[in-house]
Write a protein that binds this ligand. Structure first.
Ligand SMILES: NC(=O)c1ccc[n+]([C@@H]2O[C@H](COP(=O)([O-])OP(=O)(O)OC[C@H]3O[C@@H](n4cnc5c(N)ncnc54)[C@H](O)[C@@H]3O)[C@@H](O)[C@H]2O)c1
Length: 339
């Protein structure tokens, strides 16, 4: 993970500084060039805090906030990988907003701790391995039976692997794909009928900034996260075309200070200790801040939810440079990886 976080860090500081110096209107030419950026995406204020940055009076802001709270109140939310990190922070944030929670993880100790930290009106925990396809389908039916409805599913469970294409084993590659890709797609397909039946559903799939750019030694993780993004973006359009009552969002976090580096597998030649220390230094966003950003994005029905200044930086670089971002990543990787 380390090389890419180093890239995020460096790029985000530069791009963010540049954005802040130049102001919000300045990126409009890129909208023309890339055809992808929306004006609202470009507001620097939104980059920092969409609600606070919008220049609204405090009364308007609090009215807006209470409207948002109402939207989530009493909703049944499923979160996979809720025993740690982003999943745990999302559980706490959504509990505080009145949601009823169905939390799952393979780590039952972590899951119990999360449940204790959540002040929710209703909360149930389930042991679920998201790489088990039949287990996910059974889980979806069980949750629907337990709660009577499912309004939101957040496919969050994930793992990381740092190994070159030449060095990684088939087993490690499969491990990443089974959890990070198949876990998300089975989770989406198993819960989709329940989300549609709710009449007011939202599917949220966690990708990564590595679903936006390729990075050396992250090929397996890149493959899974790019695939999650493609799957999720296609599904969002299908739901709209079919006029189904299900919103779909894809989340791309930058470096978030969680346990992901501790549970990551490494190639034989990797210095695991150095990588983990490096990750701790440059993962700039807390899980709590990430959860607030994700929930705001959900409430605004954003198609792509970017989490952290580094994610914004990488997104801009990707849109502006297209595939020419690669020599840039290569340069940083050479410095941080191969020397
Ligand atoms: N932390 C980051 O910098 C970062 C950046 C981009 C994307 N993400 C993504 O965010 C998501 C959450 O990761 P995190 O950073 O909170 O990591 P984390 O390690 O703190 O939490 C991940 C959770 O997933 C669970 N999990 C692992 N394998 C599982 C399986 N087979 N079935 C069910 N649960 C399983 C773990 O037990 C853990 O509780 C992942 O999809 C990750 O790829 C994280």
């Amino acid at each position: 993970m380390v090389p890419c976080f180093a890239v995020w860090h460096a790029s985000s500081i530069r791009v963010r500084g540049w954005l802040q110096r130049r102001g919000s209107g300045v990126l409009l030419p890129f909208a023309g060039a890339g055809g992808l950026l929306k004006y609202q995406d470009l507001k620097v204020s939104a980059l920092i805090d969409p609600v606070r940055g919008a220049g609204k009076s405090s009364t308007n802001v609090s009215t807006q906030r209470s409207e948002l709270m109402k939207k989530l109140n009493n909703k049944v939310v499923v979160i996979t990988g809720a025993g740690s990190g982003i999943g745990r922070a999302l559980a706490k944030e959504l509990a505080a907003r009145g949601c009823r929670l169905a939390l799952s993880d393979v780590n039952e100790t972590g899951l119990r701790e999360t449940a204790e930290l959540c002040d929710a009106s209703e909360i149930r925990t389930y042991r679920l391995d998201v790489s088990d396809r039949d287990g996910i389908y059974a889980h979806a039916d069980q949750v629907a039976k337990d709660f009577g409805v499912v309004n939101m599913v957040i496919n969050n469970a994930g793992v990381a692997l740092s190994a070159s294409v030449r060095e990684m084993t088939d087993e490690d590659f499969k491990w990443v794909m089974d959890i990070d890709f198949w876990g998300v797609t089975h989770g989406s397909r198993a819960f989709l009928p329940h989300l549609i039946a709710s009449g007011d559903g939202h599917l949220v799939n966690i990708s990564s900034v590595f679903g936006l750019i390729g990075v050396p030694k992250q090929s397996a993780y890149n493959a899974a996260k790019f695939a999650v993004r493609g799957f999720t973006e296609a599904l969002r359009q299908e739901m709209k075309l079919e006029k189904q009552p299900v919103a779909v969002s894809c989340v791309h976090p930058g470096g978030i200070r969680t346990n992901i580096a501790n549970s990551a597998r490494m190639g034989k030649s990797e210095n695991a200790e150095a990588q983990r220390k490096g990750f701790d230094k440059i993962a700039v966003t807390t899980p709590e801040k990430a959860a607030r950003t994700i929930v705001k994005g959900i409430l605004k029905d954003e198609s792509r939810i970017l989490v952290g200044p580094d994610a914004w930086g990488i997104d801009v670089i990707n849109r502006v440079l297209g595939s020419a971002y690669q020599p840039l990543v290569e340069r940083f990787s050479r410095k941080n990886l191969y020397l």
